[in-house]
Design a protein around this ligand. Structure first.
Ligand code: DHB
Ligand code: FE
Length: 291
């Protein structure tokens, strides 16, 4: 595992490396699987924006915010823009509440946040699949396998399992300079019974970049900047609502104290040794609701 200190020591700022690419992706609206779009209703705009602004005004009144603090807040916001950290900040501190609202109308497997590090156009693989990785990819070899069905229990032939996670040092390919492009990312097509099997490495806990405004704010408040180790998944099949979820690991020191508030007890894996060297395996089925 990398320490927070290791992650903040590098030539280019980690915040800018991760933030600028995440901003580019968010701006492009690449996550089309959940885009709604459409015109903004004036009443809705007034209700939501009004409530958000009133929340901040309430904090100013209750906390008797000073001009010094207001000016520091302005500079901090400008820093969030300069580093491209808006997607990181929003996905750590607000996305989980949006996901909870979405979950109120969702059937099937439990979901959680997408986060800022999904990438389109990754390796297309057939199950059983090994994710793209370096010849000497560090970490415990891990198999994740299971079946994708509908809420009616019928297997979803050819379901897609889009998977991405950090390497054993806590870095995401595409958002940090260390791992090569496409490392530990792929879209795996399940077989005719909706079964999938993915060979990868166990990921490590992740700290948000500490050299940018989101990390600095987190440390200034004395909060933990860590996320428990997790595997991101988008599970999809034609005619079904795409499931956005993550899987965590029992015994992780950051479970229950996730900076992104995205871990849920239903999403915890307890991988068991397969007997093949240090390899471990977890089985996890997914249930998708009809669209
Ligand atoms: C962030 C990072 C993640 O890996 C994630 O899943 C959610 C948010 C972040 O740095 O903002
Ligand atoms: Fe993540």
């Amino acid at each position: 595992m990398t320490t927070a200190e290791d992650q903040s020591v590098s030539g280019t700022s980690d915040a800018v490396t991760a933030g600028s690419h995440a901003t580019e992706i968010a701006r492009s609206g690449a996550a089309t699987f959940r885009s709604g779009g459409g015109a903004v209703d004036q009443q809705r705009a007034a209700a939501v924006i009004g409530a958000a602004l009133e929340g901040i005004r309430g904090a100013i009144r209750d906390q008797k915010v000073t001009y010094e603090e207001f000016d520091a807040f302005k500079r901090w916001l400008i820093g969030v823009s300069d580093t491209g950290e808006w997607p990181l900040f929003l996905d750590v501190y607000l996305e989980f509440e949006v996901e909870k609202v979405a979950a109120q109308t969702q059937d099937g497997s439990v979901g959680t946040i997408l986060g800022p590090f999904w990438l389109d156009g990754q390796a297309q693989l057939d199950s059983p699949a090994t994710l793209p990785m370096r010849d000497d990819e560090p970490g415990t070899p891990m198999i994740l396998a299971g079946q994708v069905t509908g809420t009616d229990g019928k297997p979803l032939a050819g379901a897609k399992v889009d998977i991405w996670h950090t390497d054993e040092e806590g870095w995401y390919s595409g958002f940090a300079s260390k791992p090569p492009a496409g490392n530990l990312r792929g879209v795996v097509t399940a077989d005719a019974e909706g079964r999938y099997e993915i060979h990868t490495r166990k990921p490590a806990p992740y700290t948000i970049p500490l050299d940018g405004p989101t990390g600095q704010m987190t440390l200034a408040a004395g909060w933990s900047p860590w996320r428990p180790a997790h595997i991101h998944l988008l599970v999809s099949a034609p005619g079904h609502r795409t499931l956005t979820t993550q899987l965590f690991f029992t015994g992780d020191p950051y479970l229950g104290n996730d900076v992104a508030s995205a871990d849920k007890p239903e999403l915890t894996l307890d991988p068991q040794p397969t007997g093949n060297g240090s390899e471990v395996r977890s089985d996890r089925d997914f249930v998708l609701e009809p669209e």
